[in-house]
Design a protein around this ligand. Structure first.
Ligand code: ADP
Ligand code: GLC
Length: 477
């Protein structure tokens, strides 16, 4: 079976969040399951600067709004990069902290059309085109409306759309519709129209043969008004073709027993020494005045979704309890500024690192005592799975993928892996954290909790097999 994975980002090449990990690792795991796989993504500046893929001797042109724009292809193993410097040779993937790139519609129309051009040039006839998020949302509709009917090469292809986050839909003014090349008749509520605008994710949902999202709990939530971001009605219509498959984490990258980024390796049986060496290094790098204090950390995109404002609101009380707080993140300017100010006010107790730092993230997962994930919604979440694998129990909101992957710890039974709480307010977050800290003080209970956490299976084995099964179901192969 031939599968094209069309994604706006993939680890290790370009990453702003968990989508990159998911797409990159799923492609790798499916290849291990003997699926013929090519992953297509844009040739961003960050890829150019850090990798040297082979330039292929094939180029193509895509017409957008009467303009012919040429593209190039690059290859590194199973990854095909769509090159077009005017669109992708930029400092960031989608925009700067102050806003998105205004030509994002053109950038991803180009990418979506280029995937079809590239497949033909490479003579890779897909049985499945698996698309990720709004950036690849036009592909299923292009396939349904045009390529399957008019281009024999794609006659047998089916599409899967995986939604990683309903909060990002690719909504643009109506004048973008003609640029897509899609017919004007589609500009209605049954098609791509969304409150007078065009919605790329909606195009994907209506065009795809199968829609998936990244956890069963989130699959149910997005069919409700609270979490559907206006598309709940459209998703309800998908019925059985909307599935929730929980992501895994790449055990080759995230393994405390073989992690080159951390001070001392450890495993689920023997973790005390390793974790404490990592904590020591972290505390000294952060300049905490009381390095032995419980260390509570956050790693993630600084956005409303992640509840960064809730931690900021609780930070003073948390620090006053003698807890060290550590943040690593990048994102909305307002949170970057608020966090920086907090760290200045509570120097020695709160440490803030603004930026994207892969190495430091590894050390934080390993050396912290508690991981915070107060997300307002969370489609899957990788942070909590990584922290569990590194023996750092999460305090997390009971929503989406967090509900599906964290089990509440009960001292009476000794079962559970972390702490889930309801409510998106600083008070609920603090209460859950106080409870976690009370368990932390009971060394035996805490050891057991850490052991439980590290025993969980978050490998890609099961999810990859589920995706493969889904491809078989769609193609009958
Ligand atoms: P999302 O995809 O919504 O941003 P996830 O929890 O699914 O959240 O995945 C986030 C991924 O990105 C994790 O692998 C996390 O470690 C990583 N990450 C997020 N922010 C940073 C950062 N500032 N530095 C290093 N890694 C980060
Ligand atoms: C999104 C979601 C996150 C999920 C990731 C990978 O960015 O916000 O919850 O883990 O995609 O699927």
């Amino acid at each position: 079976m031939n599968v094209i994975m069309a994604t706006p980002e993939a680890f290790p090449y370009a990453k702003t969040g968990g989508l990159a990990d998911m797409a990159g690792t799923l492609a790798k795991e499916l290849s291990k399951l003997k699926v013929q796989m090519l992953l297509f993504m844009p040739f961003y500046r960050t890829v150019k600067e850090r990798f040297t893929p082979e330039k292929l001797d094939r180029s193509f042109e895509v017409e957008i709004g009467g303009q012919r724009i040429s593209g190039e292809l690059y290859r590194d193993g199973n990854t095909i990069f769509i090159g077009c410097d005017r669109f992708y040779d930029r400092p960031e993937l989608y925009g700067t902290p102050s806003g998105d790139y205004p030509d994002n519609p053109q950038r991803f129309i180009f990418f979506s059309r280029a995937v079809f051009e590239a497949a033909r040039l490479l003579d890779f006839k897909p049985d499945i085109i698996h698309c990720h998020d709004w950036q690849a949302g036009l592909i299923p509709l292009f396939l349904k409306m045009f390529y399957r009917k008019n281009v024999p090469f794609f006659a047998g292809a089916k599409s899967v759309l995986t939604i990683h986050n309903m909060g990002y839909q690719g909504i643009f003014t109506a004048d973008v519709l003609p640029l897509t090349g899609l017919p004007a008749e589609l500009f209605n509520p049954e098609g791509v129209e969304f409150y007078g605008k065009i919605n790329f994710l909606k195009a994907g949902i209506t065009g795809a043969d199968m829609v998936t999202t990244v956890s069963p709990a989130y699959a149910a939530q997005i069919q409700t008004a609270e979490h559907g971001f206006g598309l709940d009605g459209v998703l309800l219509k998908c019925g059985g073709s909307l599935r929730g498959i929980i992501n895994g984490i790449d055990y080759g990258v995230w393994d405390p027993a073989r992690d080159g980024h951390i001070t001392k390796a450890f495993n689920g049986k023997n973790f005390m020494e390793g974790k404490s060496a990592c904590k020591k290094q972290l505390a000294s790098a952060c300049g905490f005045s009381d390095p032995e204090a419980p260390l509570v950390s956050f790693v993630g995109r600084l956005s409303y979704q992640k509840g960064v404002d809730l931690i900021c609101a609780a930070a003073y009380d948390i620090a006053s309890e003698g807890v060290n707080l550590l943040f690593l993140g990048k994102g909305d300017a307002v949170y970057q500024e608020e966090l920086t100010a907090l760290a200045e006010r509570h120097n020695g107790r709160i440490c803030v690192r603004i930026g994207y730092e892969e190495d430091l993230a590894h050390l934080i997962y390993a050396g912290s005592d508690i991981f915070l994930m107060p997300s307002r919604y969370e489609p899957c979440g990788l942070g909590q799975m990584i922290s569990l694998r590194y023996g750092t129990p999460p305090v997390a909101a009971d929503t989406g993928g967090l509900s599906d992957t964290v089990r509440n710890y009960l001292p009476m039974s000794g079962k559970g892996t972390g702490f889930l709480y309801e409510g998106d307010d600083p008070r609920s977050l603090k209460q859950s954290l106080w409870y976690a800290l009370s368990i932390y003080k009971r060394a035996d209970c805490w050891k057991r909790l850490v052991r439980n956490a590290m025993r969980e299976d978050f490998s890609w084995k099961k999810p990859a097999a589920l995706y493969k099964g889904l491809y078989h179901e769609l193609t009958g192969l």
